[in-house]
Design a protein around this ligand. Structure first.
Ligand SMILES: [Zn+2]
Length: 438
């Protein structure tokens, strides 16, 4: 790919609306050089297609693709009264059983499968929150390289969110499947990060820092790793307050909520993304957002696990920036994730238009979550079709039955509320067309 590509779709999503007759020039470096109505000779005509910026999946555990169809039966005769309903913690036990059987081959197959399914629904970047480091031998970190390889082979852009995981609960040792997650100290953690960095494909792969959760590390470790991530100018992600029990355990141990530990002990800035925040108190959330912190919602996962519903209206009204993750990958469809953001708030409040912007538009803020805000959370130059940004795109097939009746004005809403991955057609990552493959 040495000559520039000139891409011309029927419609192009620019500045929050679909515009007709736009050409997009992509240089050999995989970035957008210019765009507009230029009357150039196109090298790729995308007829009956609408071109959008690639979708950003900020939070994934790709190996959990192996859980699909599992953990969805609740045999009452085998479970006690409370657990018969199943909950996050019973699901976690099932996930740990999957982990115990994981070898490099299985890890590769599942990760690649998940990444392929992401591309198929228009996701061009994944933030892989990677904590399953070791194979059965325990200390080898054999599974780290597998993630890089699977992303390269699938052709998806990867931000490897490399995860520190040291305790099996606050103050508890790791046990069973958790031993596969082990990073023994912040020092060892950064040593591993430094070993991985040269293995990244500079064109499509980058790194972020993670402490798994308040359950998985001491406050000292959390402070140390976060401080070093800031010194290195890396994004920092962490699970926060997905479950009431995490808050109870944290209060019992430290006398405060996980989010207040974050607010009080870390110098939060806009590189910090808190994942879930399902049960975060308003006062803690307001302080977190004021520092520049971001929130990643994982709507399908939070529904699947019965976590609860975050107060998205409060987050947005406080100026919060929300992004989206597929987390456990029980289903991979960004349109479905986005409509559930709005629908869950409707069910919670018995009102409609819960995430609407000042102009009453719902689709635009939802698409922003899956594009601009996702890209910012992962510190990549994607998320919009603009000169200088990465040439990451997907297209909607305007002849798809689920879109029938669309107009340029209703297309964003029709996509989010009425379609699945079946309406997604072409996918491009860094100027390379992955669907259909170049
Ligand atoms: Zn997660």
């Amino acid at each position: 790919m040495s000559e520039p590509q000139i891409i011309q779709a029927d419609w192009t999503y620019l500045g929050g609306r679909f515009v007709e007759g736009v050409q997009v020039v992509v240089k050999a470096d995989g970035r957008i050089a210019q765009m507009g109505a230029m009357d150039l000779r196109p090298t790729r005509v995308l007829k009956d297609r609408a071109l959008l910026p690639g979708l950003i999946n900020v939070h994934s555990h790709a190996f959990q693709r192996g859980m699909r169809g599992l953990g969805e039966q609740f045999p009452r005769e085998l479970l006690d009264e409370t657990a018969a309903r199943g909950d996050f913690w019973s699901w976690r036990q099932a996930m740990y059983r999957l982990v115990l059987d994981m070898d490099e081959r299985r890890m590769y197959e599942l990760t690649r499968q998940a990444f392929e399914e992401m591309l198929a629904c228009g996701i061009t970047t994944v933030g892989e929150f990677h904590y399953l480091h070791h194979d059965a031998r325990g200390e080898s970190y054999a599974l780290d390289d597998v993630v890089l390889q699977a992303a390269r082979d699938a052709g998806i852009r990867l931000v490897l969110l490399y995860t520190h995981y040291r305790t099996g609960g606050i103050g508890l040792p790791l046990a069973g499947g958790q031993l596969r997650f082990h990073t023994p100290s912040p020092r060892e953690y950064w040593k591993r990060v430094d070993e991985i960095a040269p293995k990244l494909d500079a064109r499509t792969q980058s790194l972020g820092a993670v402490v798994h959760s308040i359950r998985a590390a001491s406050i000292e470790d959390l402070v140390e790793i976060h401080r070093e991530s800031q010194r290195r100018k890396l994004v920092f992600h962490m699970h926060v307050e997905e479950q009431p029990k995490e808050i109870e355990d944290c209060r019992a141990a430290y006398g405060r909520t996980p989010m207040s530990v974050v607010n009080e002990r870390l110098a939060v800035d806009d590189r910090f993304t808190a994942v879930h925040c399902t049960h975060t108190a308003k006062v803690d959330m307001t302080a977190f957002l004021k520092s520049g912190g971001r929130v990643c919602l994982c709507p399908l996962t939070e529904a699947n696990l019965g976590d609860g519903i975050a107060d998205v209206r409060h987050i947005l009204e406080s100026g919060g920036r929300v992004c989206i993750g597929s987390d456990l990958n029980s289903r991979l469809c960004m349109a479905e994730e986005l409509r559930l953001v709005e629908y869950a708030q409707r069910l919670r409040s018995q009102r409609r238009g819960c995430v609407a912007d000042a102009e009453g538009n719902v689709a635009r803020p939802l698409l922003d979550m899956a594009t601009r805000h996702g890209a910012e959370s992962l510190a990549i130059d994607a998320g919009a079709i603009e000169p200088g940004r990465l040439a990451d795109f997907f297209t909607l097939d305007l002849t798809a039955p689920a879109l029938r009746g669309w107009t340029p004005q209703t297309l964003p809403e029709a996509f989010i509320f009425g379609t699945s991955e079946s309406a997604v057609s072409d996918v491009c990552v860094g100027g390379v067309w992955r669907r259909p493959a170049d």
